[in-house]
Design a binder for this molecule. Sequence first.
Ligand SMILES: [Zn+2]
Ligand SMILES: [Zn+2]
Length: 205
Amino acid sequence: MEAKSLPIMLFDERALTPSFGYVFDPKWLDPFESIVSILWKLARMNRLSGQAITTQLAKSDIDPYEGVAACRSEVDLCRLHLTLGLPLKLVWDSVLPDALQATAGNHFRYCRKCLCRGYHSVVHQVGTNKCCPVHGDPLEIACRTCGAKAPYRLNVALLDAPYRCGNCGHLYGASPPVSSRNMRPFNKKARIAITRLRWSYFAYF
Ligand SMILES: [Zn+2]
Ligand SMILES: [Zn+2]
């Protein structure tokens, strides 16, 4: 008897479907959280690898080690919205508009205090913005321990090193971020500061 051919399903194709049983709660997010911050929380809470996540992000087949730029033309935002059950607007706002991509720094830019609470914002990536809107601290690019800079691309190297330098492994912040489950949202003043800055940079995108 001729054997029936079974559909081939790669592990990565199942990795981010709801049937896989991942958890993600929109309450873990603060305003204008970056896509990197969202994916780090997803990876951390579900023990997903950067490779599994990266292969789900792009609009076409990509090398997960090369990854994609964190911009709207390269990331499959609809898929992310459906997969994570997050509002499309929220996912849309987590990446810089392509028009701003040219002015954005090529490297991951961060506020140490924000990373301690597990937060990285899309406004941190705007190249002309030098300070964190919440803390007022200068944004940093290089790791304080080894000086390495991480390219701001959604790839295995960045997604497999949440809140830490992918080169030396040291945390970017002074302490590990609190668990998303125990995270308390930013207060009203902080939320207004982030929202104002975001609108000042890209109100119409
Ligand atoms: Zn901050
Ligand atoms: Zn380092």
